[in-house]
Design a binder for this molecule. Structure first.
Ligand SMILES: Cc1ncc(COP(=O)(O)O)c(C=O)c1O
Length: 438
């Protein structure tokens, strides 16, 4: 055997090859990004059947150790580079790329942790009675059938643990395309395949969902309103049609990430059909009490709730009762609700202003938008537009950052959470100039 071609890989069968390649990686002889020999080369070098090598590579791919790329061969995987919200920008530039809420609308924490908090010990109930009562009052009316409340450390934590509770590496998950960055990240880390479901003005498309389910998706992660990045919310007609499609797949796990809940201007419309066996409605407090609280309410069918609890108990056991106490106090405070009313109206007003400005300049904007971001479809070259806008003092994100499928339609995402009317007008003028519109 020639060490130069087979790279020191040995083995008389698939199991032996897998062990040898893993040993080479452990020893540092192969690292992330390195290509393994082609199946044909390795089979010839070692005098093995090609199927034996192919089976070894398939095992390594299923374990997330290598990835087989269409043209690039089989590559050793490293830790994926995951993108998230909170992108910083250069000094002197208006940052419309962060995806962050307006800090002015997040309640102050000082003095909230009061004498009502006493430190719990091991064995304590994972969810406080106050939050149980709050969820019973404010979330239970939105679901149907038996269910229980679980708390997680935010929505992404919930999505990650829910998928991990039911799926194995290589399983397919239907997700909106474009998609929230951290959901894309959770899927990549879990080794799941994503089945992209296109989104239009009324949210996830019916044809897209049908195709993803027909392709074998075992779970669906969707955003019922204020879709990030497009701002779309499901219409009543769309929800009815999606539920009908999902009703044909009662075993598919349906995760609704209602991330904008308390500050959304749109009603919550339930996608999960009544006969779904596995479902979860996730409401994080990140957008309305602050991303630092790391608390999400998850209502789920009893079996899913148990699986989610077991995934928490093995790791972090429960969401800190200090955080639960803060959330309970804030939710019980009328000042918080007054602030949320202002936040809701302001977020809608700010995104609405930008949509009006851009529509006025002839851009094909969707009429209804909700959330912290506005999606701007472009005639082409979004990277160039992002660069040109940066030169004029605006940081925005290219739409392709949020792409799940191969051919993202050209667009940019503009975070409008803190946008002033003057900025909306100035930004629209600059974008029109960059696009060389009259
Ligand atoms: C669709 C979506 N889900 C969830 C979140 C928040 O996630 P977390 O609760 O983990 O902070 C965001 C924040 O931007 C979001 O856009």
């Amino acid at each position: 055997m020639s060490d130069t071609v087979a790279g020191g890989i040995q083995g008389a069968n698939a199991g032996g090859l897998v062990a040898s390649i893993r040993a080479r990686i452990d020893a540092g002889a192969l690292s992330a990004g390195d290509a393994l020999p082609s199946i044909r080369t390795l089979a010839t070098e070692l005098g093995l059947n090609r199927n034996t090598v192919a089976a070894a590579y398939a095992q390594l791919a299923a374990a997330g150790i290598v990835e087989t790329r269409r043209r690039g061969g089989t590559i050793v995987l490293g830790v994926p580079n995951l993108d998230g919200e909170g992108q910083a920008s250069e000094g002197g530039v208006v940052n419309l790329s962060s995806g962050n809420p307006d800090p002015a609308f997040l309640p102050r924490m000082a003095g909230v942790l009061d004498a009502g908090y006493s430190p719990p010990l091991y064995g304590t109930a994972p969810v406080s009675e106050e939050l149980q009562r709050w969820a019973a009052q404010h979330m239970t009316p939105d679901v149907a059938g038996p269910h229980r409340l679980v708390l997680t450390h935010g929505s992404v934590d919930a999505v990650d643990r829910l998928l991990g509770a039911y799926l194995t590496r290589g399983d397919t998950v239907a997700v909106e395309d474009p998609c929230f960055l951290s959901s894309i990240g959770a899927l990549r880390l879990g080794g799941f395949q994503s089945a992209p479901v296109a989104v239009d003005e009324e949210g996830m498309t019916v044809e897209g969902l049908r195709a993803a389910l027909a392709a074998g998706a075992r779970a669906l992660v969707c955003t019922p309103r204020a879709h990030n990045p497009t701002g779309a919310s499901l219409s009543p007609a769309r929800v009815a049609a999606l539920r009908e499609v999902l009703a044909g797949y009662p075993g598919v796990l349906v995760v609704e990430d209602d991330h904008f809940s308390a500050v959304s201007s749109r009603p919550y419309l339930r996608v999960t059909p009544p006969d779904a066996h596995r479902w979860a409605l996730v409401r994080s407090v990140s957008k309305f009490l602050g991303p630092d609280l790391r608390v999400a309410f998850v209502l789920a069918d009893p079996d899913t709730a148990t699986r989610l609890e077991s995934r928490l108990s093995s790791a972090t056991t429960w969401v800190s009762h200090i955080l639960q106490h803060l959330v309970a106090r804030l939710l019980a405070d009328p000042h918080t609700h007054a602030l949320l009313d202002r936040a809701r109206a302001s977020y809608a007003g700010r995104s609405g202003l930008l949509v009006a400005e851009l529509t006025g300049r002839g851009l094909p904007m969707q009429r209804h938008t909700d959330g912290l971001n506005v999606w701007v479809p472009l005639p082409g070259r979004p990277r160039q537009v992002v660069n040109d806008l940066a030169k004029r003092g605006w940081a925005v994100r290219p739409g392709e950052n949020f792409a799940v499928g191969d051919r993202p339609p050209p667009a940019i995402r503009v975070t409008t959470a803190t946008l002033s009317p003057q900025q909306a007008t100035a930004f629209a003028a600059d974008l029109a100039a960059v696009l060389q519109m009259a």
